[in-house]
Design a protein around this ligand. Structure first.
Ligand SMILES: *[C@@H]1O[C@H](CO)[C@@H](O)[C@H](O)[C@H]1NC(C)=O
Length: 99
């Protein structure tokens, strides 16, 4: 007990912290071909954050997409007339919000 226990706890927290680190794609403008045209980078999700992805489309045609790390992401699709907003939120693997 004592020192060893503390070391064990420290080790465990490092392992857990490492396992939880999640890298997401970040882009403020993904064009219809799926290519990031503006602000391409990656972000590391902080506590409570996940990777989010939004695809805006009309009918079958994608207009643009966005990717980020977010603590308030949604898994939802909203349709307004023929504009579709498709929100996705994921944390199952790194870069899971790739478009
Ligand atoms: C969204 O769906 C994913 C995959 O099913 C799930 O892991 C995640 O927790 C959900 N996020 C929210 C905010 O509902």
């Amino acid at each position: 007990m004592g020192k060893h226990f503390l070391l064990l706890l420290l080790g465990l927290s490092l392992v857990v912290g490492f396992v939880q680190a999640l890298t997401c794609m970040k882009c403020s403008w993904v064009n219809p071909a799926g290519i990031c045209e503006k602000g391409k980078t990656t972000c590391v999700a902080k506590d409570g954050e996940q990777c989010d992805r939004l695809i805006v489309s009309t009918g079958r045609d994608m207009l643009f997409g966005q990717q980020d790390c977010s603590s308030r992401c949604l898994n939802n699709t909203f349709i307004h007339y023929n504009i579709k907003l498709d929100f996705l939120c994921c944390h199952d693997k790194n870069l899971c919000n790739t478009i």
